[in-house]
Write a protein that binds this ligand. Sequence first.
Ligand code: SF4
Length: 236
Amino acid sequence: MNIVTKIYSRLYHVFGPQHWWPGETVEEIVIGAVLTQNTNWQNVESAIRNLKKDRLLSLERIARTPLDQIAILIRPSGYYHIKAKRLKAVSEYFMHRWGCDFPTLASLPLEDLRHELLTVYGVGFETADSILLYALNRPVFVVDAYTRRIGLRHGLFKNNLEYDTVRAFFESSLPVSIPLLNEYHALLVRLGKEFCRPLPRCDSCPLNMPEYYDAPARTFSKKIKNRNMNRIHKIK
Ligand code: SF4
């Protein structure tokens, strides 16, 4: 088992299934993926409740609704003027380009679809991959700030790598399994929120064991363990 799958097994064993993405429909997941940019999920939930109350939790309706009206409703999610524009752009893309035909979208070549999504206003790598994985059930690994922090602290990869390099690292270390990719990202978010915070809580963290630091098992030694622990303390 490689280090990436070992970490997954450990986290799944400790935390169990995370039941992501929190959303009842494909459209709600797409909307949530835009609203969650730079904010926490509680704020997104408030914005989604507002949209639901006004019967606007639909890409088609958002595409038809004036920008200002959307902005007021999604205010709790922060950066609401920018996010309203992004939400409109994403809604118009799915509506006008694909007629919100998600079964057809699910059958398109993955990289072509990803490339196209990345051309939509306000859709960056993380948002595109969240939509692909959680809304469209496509096998991609979602990289976020928690992924980078945990990976860096465990010596999995270097700092300042491009998004796609980190994504390729995880994807090449894991089987092509949508449920596993779905769960893995959610587990890393949980680990990042509860333990691997800016000031890490290593003492009680489920990954604070030598076998979860990147080193081949046969050469793993006290020296390497100390090196890795020193690395963590430096980051602290
Ligand atoms: S809190 Fe410490 S042990 Fe846990 S993932 Fe972060 S660096 Fe690793």
